[in-house]
Design a protein around this ligand. Structure first.
Ligand code: DP6
Length: 349
């Protein structure tokens, strides 16, 4: 990695980065090394554009990093985040400093455009924004590969895929699953390749009961996990081919099956994890009805109750209208494939 470890931070510099979340089509579930996010399998996601974290990092003369946040943009003021959040962010910053060989402390302000910890990967956008904002405040310009490695320090594997736009595989093709390396990311296609939309049906805005980190820890306890690992290379190949050929029916079938597979792993692990609510199942049924009515739309879910409904631009309005009728859907977030993180001069705080 070529980030200069000797680079001296210019005191007082500030940088703000807006970094997107992503939705996995092939899921990262289970880790060989959780702290360094060395996955059991390769995953593939679509970088989003509306669900973002905005993070401002200022190099400051402090004993300890200071962190303020706005859990969602509905809140008026930045405030101290919950202790678990502070602890995880500080841990990330400690690992980042160790990796970069710097000793700077930061004043961090961060906000999400969506509810945190609700199955929309807030840690993906959060940790990618934090890594990118702090390195920028230090005057560093990491490459995409370097940034993706920094983003997952502390264990958010999905953050590694959020440092670039379009359709991202992690680890890259050719990664040796037996290696101790977390691998690099690979852009399978840029956002301009295919305009796919994601209508996110919010059925629960509360924090999920079991974190993804705990889910990864329990993954191997599912009696079906070994079978999952065996079948995933073929699934990944099908998803990549469907993306390349813009074959929406094949892509949709595969990503919906993959999401069910992920939740089957969770529900059959020990102790079991149930992320779904009754409303989740109602949304899945509504999406099947949409297809029966001729609207191509397919469901996927991360480790949470909310459902991401993937569709084409022409189908988006029908999807929103239909999901709005499902009791238990609080609201829908309209999202779609995006170009990845960007720097902005609009600093927080
Ligand atoms: C189910 O360890 O990256 O979303 O840090 O909470 O985002 P967070 O989780 P992480 O695991 C992601 C699990 C997943 C699937 C995926 O995004 O690949």
């Amino acid at each position: 990695m070529s980030i200069p470890s000797s680079s001296s931070p210019s005191g007082g510099s500030v940088a703000t980065v807006v970094s997107p979340s992503n939705i996995a089509f092939v899921k990262y579930w289970g880790a060989r090394d959780l702290e360094r996010a060395v996955p059991e399998n390769a995953s593939l996601s679509m970088t989003l554009r509306a669900c973002v974290t905005r993070t401002t990092a200022r190099v400051a003369d402090l004993e300890q990093d200071e962190i303020l946040w706005r859990g969602s943009t509905d809140e008026a003021e930045l405030r101290p985040p919950p202790p678990a959040f502070v602890e995880r962010a500080r841990r990330h910053l400690d690992l980042l400093r160790a990796r970069l060989g710097v000793d700077a402390r930061f004043r961090i302000a961060t906000e999400n455009s969506f509810p945190a910890a609700a199955g929309i990967a807030s840690s993906a956008s959060g940790f990618s924004a934090l890594a990118l904002a702090t390195t920028a405040a230090l005057g560093l310009q990491p490459s995409i590969e370097e940034a993706s490695e920094l983003a997952r320090l502390g264990g958010s594997g999905s953050a590694t895929r959020s440092v670039a736009g379009g359709y991202i595989q992690w680890p890259q093709t050719g990664w040796d699953a037996a290696s101790e390396s977390g691998g690099a990311i690979e852009q399978v296609a840029p956002a301009s390749h295919w305009d796919l939309r994601d209508v996110i049906a919010i059925v629960s805005s509360g924090a999920k009961g079991v974190s993804s980190l705990d889910g990864h820890r329990r993954a191997r306890s599912s009696p079906f996990f070994a079978r999952r690992l065996e079948t995933l290379p073929e699934r990944l190949a099908i998803v990549r081919r469907a993306l390349a050929e813009q074959d929406f029916a094949t892509l949709g079938r595969e990503i919906e099956a993959e999401a069910i597979d992920l939740h089957m792993m969770a529900m059959t692990s020990r102790p079991p994890i149930y992320y779904w609510t009754a409303a989740t199942l109602d949304v899945l049924a509504a999406v099947r009805e949409l297809r029966a009515d001729g609207v191509p739309a397919w469901s996927t879910m991360d480790a949470g109750a909310n459902v991401h409904v993937i569709c084409r631009p022409a189908g988006q309005e029908d999807v929103v209208a239909r999901l709005g009728d499902v009791p238990g859907v609080d609201r829908c977030i309209l999202d779609g494939v995006g170009d990845g993180p960007r720097r902005t001069a609009e600093h927080l705080a």
